[in-house]
Design a protein around this ligand. Structure first.
Ligand SMILES: Nc1nc2c(ncn2[C@@H]2O[C@H](COP(=O)(O)OP(=O)(O)OP(=O)(O)O)[C@@H](O)[C@H]2O)c(=O)[nH]1
Length: 803
């Protein structure tokens, strides 16, 4: 059984056991900075008792050392690999200027915070002290601000102070605050320091300094509380000796964190400032007992440190520390009448007692924490092993062509299925997040408004976020609205005259009907062709967007249902190739569709086309479709209520009787009427037997073909061409040109692109430059982590056996 346990059985209260442990620790905690103070008093009964134990506990002390080193290594690993392990640590807490930083320096055995102007601690400083007998001069390294790496050692104390100051200044400037919870991490290796991790915190203040935000005191308080809350941390609470416990400003805050002071060590600092007030023994003893303010079992330490701030050597600094300890004791023993109750209080007086206590307390905590640490280590080890195995298979998979072909085909096929579902209508992923309004589609596609249409086209449901098949259908509708919103543009008198006269000149000209038809054809070609192109591009945009959604759906089903779906995560080259192939597929479809619908346009505007002379009524689009394309969005504004609602005024676009439309063209008497009206009319009647939609006008024409009548006729032809084009061919051509191939040809197209290549070319998708190196590096660092964790684990296993 270890010495600590033996002592503990002699004591009832945990706190007094800790103090006894501290007193006994001299025999086995041989930190080189130990003062000779306790050796000098080896005649005391406590020390004699310890001496008897000394032989017996040689083995225990070596196991303490082993435990210490095991934790030390674990701590290094935890810091280096960002492992969150509840390793026992010490947090120094207290009011401003109560001496926290000075205590840290004394523990470290050298002064590192020497500055001309005291700034006060503004960021927590995690000080990892590593006892290294080979480091005769202190080696201080700072952990880089946002990395696990440590800087090269800084040897000079002023450089250490400057680093702390500049890091503090830089961060506070950035955060524009007076304090920051982001710690500075400093690792100090030194032959004269113990193995200890201690966190220095900003001192509590009552009021913000001038120029600092008002909230600074609360910020410091809450930051320190959060640093002190983890139960594996020991709190060292400092309060100056000049302050009475009854008027302590911060004791209640400490009680909030640790109500029974179970893990709190109370330190009365600057004890030298109080000494002169004692003349009688009872005064000292009353003071040292803390007058019961801290409870029966909590007994503070009384510490004084050198106040001389002149630059001295590190050795001299340590000597001064020991000397102050001796002076304090000497004063209490000789300058106070009757001395003081040494049996009761001596073990609490002086820095060296505190230091020994902290070391032994930490040892004790290490020991207590060992089983939990061991369990955690076992868990972390097996986790890291699993990570390493999966990394190994990832690396192996990068060179296994057959495996890669199989999994990438499965992936591509899964993406195609998702694309199909999205086209057929799906609600996953969330349309509100992934869908787009018509306006967003227009803006993001960069295609802009419909060519030749000045009014904004607002299709039903334009404000809803749609994707896939629904968005496709909405664009189709928008396209129809756009085409119906244009009219046959007015044609100049010169143009009309040029056509009619040319026909007349050729002898047996084709008449005004043919002239009007030609004007309408030309107008349809020049106005509808760009709109058809735009429709194809807008539809292609809707389909191109589906790729990300399909990936998301695939990922989602992967995560949600834990199905064996291949994710191909990390294969950036393959993902890029798949996306490129899909985009090219859609691009080609768009190109093909453009050609196809252009062909339809050519056909309806051909001079061989009978369309202009057909009498079959074409059910206007608005009547055929208006009830099918439901308006589902909520209309709030007057304008939106009107958005292409299938009524007489607006739907679709502006479908009006061409004759009415024509009324908008100002009718002026034609000064350029063909001189031989009868010729034209006669010729027309003679040559053209075709039924004409403008027969009703023939009487007018007969009586005189005016410019306005030709325009009217052209406008009728234009409307006819447009309706035939949209209703009979383009709608179905776009549907079958885009959607059918997406359902039926996509997988084959992707397959040919990605897999119909030789192995060497195929593997190009999987050997992105540096990708394997990244995997290898990750593997190496995992291996390192595994090795260190395993070493820690076996160390802790052997420690466990000696507990
Ligand atoms: N007389 C005397 N002065 C001390 C003692 N310990 C520290 N001081 C002085 O008290 C002042 C404040 O000490 P620090 O260690 O900076 O106090 P702190 O708690 O770290 O201060 P903040 O970080 O600002 O909260 C310094 O000028 C020290 O030299 C001591 O034991 N006796």
């Amino acid at each position: 059984m270890s010495q600590i346990r033996t002592i503990q059985t002699e004591s009832n209260s945990p706190s007094s056991s800790l103090h006894s442990t501290m007193a006994t620790s001299n025999g086995f905690l041989t930190t080189p900075t130990k003062t000779t103070l306790n050796d000098k008093n080896s005649s005391s009964s406590v020390s004699r008792k310890h001496h008897r134990f000394h032989q017996k506990t040689t083995d225990s002390s070596s196991s303490f050392k082993a435990r210490f080193e095991a934790y030390n290594r674990l701590q290094a690993a935890a810091v280096a690999f960002g492992e969150k392990l509840p390793i026992p640590e010490i947090v120094a807490i207290g009011g401003q200027s109560d001496g926290k930083s000075s205590l840290l320096e004394a523990l470290l055995g050298f002064r590192f915070n020497v500055r001309e102007v005291e700034m006060g601690t503004r960021r927590p400083l995690i000080l990892q002290m590593v006892h290294d007998p080979t480091a005769l001069d202190p080696r201080c390294r700072f952990q880089e601000e946002d990395s696990e790496e440590y800087s090269t050692p800084i040897m000079s104390a002023s450089a250490v102070a400057d680093t702390i100051k500049s890091r503090t200044d830089t961060l506070l400037k950035k955060t524009k605050t007076a304090v920051s919870p982001k710690p500075i991490v400093m690792r100090a290796e030194y032959a004269h320091c113990p193995n200890l991790t201690i966190i220095d915190t900003p001192g509590f203040v009552l009021k913000a300094k001038k120029g600092e935000p008002e909230s600074t005191p609360e910020e410091i308080l809450s930051m320190v509380k959060s640093l002190a809350t983890p139960p594996h941390r020991i709190l060292v609470f400092l309060q100056q000796s000049s302050v009475e416990w009854c008027s302590s400003l911060w004791l209640d805050s400490i009680r909030e964190i640790d109500p029974t002071f179970r893990r709190t060590v109370i330190v009365v600092s600057k004890f030298d400032n109080r000494l002169r007030e004692f003349t009688e023994r009872w005064e000292v003893d009353t003071y040292l007992s803390a007058s019961g303010y801290l409870g029966e079992n909590t007994r503070p330490f009384f510490v004084a440190l050198p106040k001389d701030k002149s630059t001295v050597s590190n050795e001299e600094f340590r000597h001064q520390i020991s000397q102050v300890d001796l002076d304090v004791l000497h004063h209490l023993q000789n300058s106070v009448k009757g001395g003081f109750d040494e049996e009761k209080y001596k073990s609490q007086i002086g820095f060296s007692c505190l230091k020994d206590y902290l070391e032994s307390e930490l040892q004790k905590r290490y020991k207590e924490a060992a089983p939990a640490t061991l369990a955690l280590l076992q868990q972390r080890c097996s986790e890291v092993t699993t990570e390493l195995n999966s990394m190994d298979s990832k690396i192996q998979a990068t060179s296994d062509v057959a495996h890669l072909r199989r999994s990438s085909m499965l992936f591509a096929s899964s993406i195609c299925n998702h694309l199909g579902s999205l086209i057929d209508g799906a609600v996953d992923p969330d349309p509100e997040q992934w869908g787009k309004t018509t306006e967003e589609e227009r803006l993001e596609s960069g295609i802009g408004s419909w060519p030749g249409v000045s009014n904004a086209i607002k299709p039903p449901n334009g404000s809803l976020r749609l994707y896939g098949g629904a968005a496709f259908e909405r664009v189709m509708h928008e396209f129809r609205c756009a085409t119906y919103s244009i009219e046959c543009p007015p044609v100049s008198r010169e143009k009309v005259a040029n056509i009619i006269l040319a026909h007349a000149g050729r002898g047996g000209g084709r008449g005004i009907v043919e002239a009007a038809a030609e004007i309408a054809r030309a107008a349809a070609r020049s106005w509808l062709a760009p709109m058809l192109d735009t429709a194809c591009e807008r539809l292609a945009f809707v389909l191109r967007n589906l790729f990300d959604l399909a990936i998301e759906r695939n990922h989602h089903s992967h995560a949600n249902y834990a199905k064996k779906i291949v994710d191909m995560e990390g294969y950036i080259g393959f993902h890029a190739a798949l996306r490129h192939s899909y985009n090219s597929f859609i691009q080609n479809l768009s190109k093909e569709c453009k050609q196809l619908v252009r062909h339809h346009l050519d056909s309806v505007t051909s001079s061989y086309s009978q369309i202009c002379y057909e009498t079959d009524p074409i059910t206007p689009y608005r009547y055929r479709h208006s009830t099918l394309f439901l308006e589902l969005s909520q209309h709030k504004t007057k304008t939106s209520r009107k958005e292409n609602v299938p009524n007489k005024d607006t739907t679709p676009g502006k479908l009006v009787d061409p004759r009415e439309a024509y009324k908008t063209i100002p009718e002026t008497p034609s000064p350029d009427q063909p001189s031989d009206d009868n010729f034209v009319i006669k010729k027309e009647n003679e040559i053209y037997k075709r039924p004409s939609r403008i027969h009703g006008n023939n009487n007018n024409l007969r009586s005189g073909c005016s410019y306005s009548e030709i325009c009217l006729s052209a406008s009728q032809h234009f409307a006819r061409i447009r309706e035939v084009l949209i209703e009979r061919s383009v709608t179905s051509a776009l549907n079958s040109g885009f959607l059918t191939p997406c359902r039926e040809r996509l997988m084959v197209a992707l397959g040919l692109d990605l897999f119909g290549v030789n192995d060497e070319k195929f593997m190009d998708m999987f050997v992105a430059p540096g990708a394997i190196d990244v995997l290898q590096n990750e593997r190496e660092s995992l291996q390192k982590r595994q090795k260190i964790l395993h070493t820690c684990l076996s160390e802790f296993k052997s420690i466990a056996t000696s507990l």
